[in-house]
Design a protein around this ligand. Structure first.
Ligand code: NAD
Ligand code: UDP
Ligand code: UDP
Length: 313
């Protein structure tokens, strides 16, 4: 099996590559423009005979011969996707169109990593895949969430019109080793702040909720979806739901009991609650997450300590 992973130098992508490379029958090609990813995440595979790394921007056409495409390329952290919003929407729309054109030409199966952000600020809780969402089409997050919604539409139109084999995962907040240390997402922020002895910045009101999935569970879910018989969309996430104040208190307790917690201003359109309904993933993929937040956070702490050069007292 020859497998293309776009965005494979990023956080989830590099863990996916590690897993795919474990199977000796797989050859893996990564295409990444290194906007938020890094070669360092793939260090152990560079030079491996079954591995190839291409510097490539998915908004440009790509000619390779593959059997499967995991299409992840897209910045995922709000600070990065808002940095150049026009580029973000091009990546979602033109990038996905190119990967679908490639899938059509070579007859590959393609999986899109969509997002829980397609539900916007949800009016239904928890969110099942049948919910159409509550998304602001002109807000500062729209380049990302509306971009992913169009990407999903393109996937289904290529499926209906050209018979392409598609898979859509709606990923909920994911965390683990190799997250960018300063990428602004909440788990990476709190862990880095705790390790540096800086106050944890809880954005107001602090009662907003998220559900956090450890990256090994996520990768397992993505591979099951790709290998299974269902197009999706299927929610992949951990239904354990926490307020941002609860998350801060957990990080404080586990990593640095004397650290302060500061309430700071929030950004516009921040969803107030988010929790996946994973009935479909359980029934159709036989998948559910195994790693609890309290078990996953220390694994991420270990990785952040190494990269920040802060050893345990
Ligand atoms: P990430 O930022 O670590 O990885 C994204 C990768 O895509 C990076 O390596 C980046 O350099 C690359 N990339 C960005 N634009 C590109 C372009 N135009 N051409 C080629 N490569 C490009 O993010 P991640 O957390 O690993 O997210 C991976 C995927 O999962 C994304 O599609 C994201 O939308 C989705 N997702 C992630 C989460 C999460 O919590 N991490 C939640 C929902 C959805
Ligand atoms: N494409 C690509 N690699 C391929 C085949 C197509 O990147 O191997 C791109 C192509 O450049 C086009 C897009 O995918 O912009 C959609 O391709 P499709 O064949 O569906 O549409 P068309 O080329 O007819 O517009
Ligand atoms: N958040 C926070 N402090 C931070 C960064 C984020 O309280 O330092 C909050 C943010 O307001 C949001 C939640 O954490 O309610 C998740 O934000 P993140 O950017 O990680 O992901 P997303 O909004 O995409 O779910």
């Amino acid at each position: 099996m020859r497998i293309l992973v776009t965005g494979g130098a990023g956080f989830i992508g590099s863990h996916l590559v590690d897993k795919l490379m474990e199977n000796e029958k797989n050859e893996v090609i990564v295409a990444d423009n290194y906007f938020t990813g890094s070669k360092d995440n793939l260090r152990k595979w560079i030079g491996h005979p079954r591995f190839e790394l291409i510097r490539h921007d998915v908004t440009q056409p790509l000619l390779v011969e593959v059997d499967q495409i995991y299409h992840l390329a897209c910045p995922a952290s709000p600070i990065f996707y808002k940095y150049n919003p026009v580029k973000t929407i091009k990546t979602n729309v033109i990038g996905t169109l190119n990967m679908l054109g490639l899938a059509k030409r070579v007859g590959a199966r393609i999986l899109l990593t969509s997002t829980s952000e397609v539900y916007g600020d949800p009016l239904i809780h928890p969110q099942p895949e049948t919910y159409w969402g509550n998304v602001n089409p002109i807000g500062v997050r729209s380049c990302y969430d509306e971009g992913k919604r169009v990407a999903e539409t393109l996937m289904f139109d290529y499926h209906r019109q050209h018979g392409i084999e598609i898979r859509i995962a709606r990923i909920f907040n994911t965390y683990g080793p190799r997250m960018n240390i300063d990428d602004g997402r909440v788990v990476s922020n709190f862990i880095a702040q705790a390790l540096r002895g800086e106050p944890l910045t809880v954005q107001k009101p602090g009662t907003q909720t998220r559900s956090f999935c450890y990256v090994s569970d996520m990768v397992d879910g993505l591979i099951r979806l790709m290998e299974g018989e269902h197009t999706g969309p299927i929610n992949i996430g951990n239904p354990g739901e926490f307020t941002m104040v609860e998350l801060a208190e957990t990080v404080k307790e586990l990593i640095k009991p004397d650290v302060e917690i500061n309430m700071v201003e929030n950004t516009p359109d921040d969803p107030r609650q988010r929790k996946p309904d994973i009935t479909k993933a359980k029934e159709l993929l036989g998948w559910e997450p195994k790693v609890k937040l309290r078990d996953g956070l220390p694994l991420m702490e270990e990785d952040f300590r190494l990269r920040l050069g802060i050893s345990k007292e």
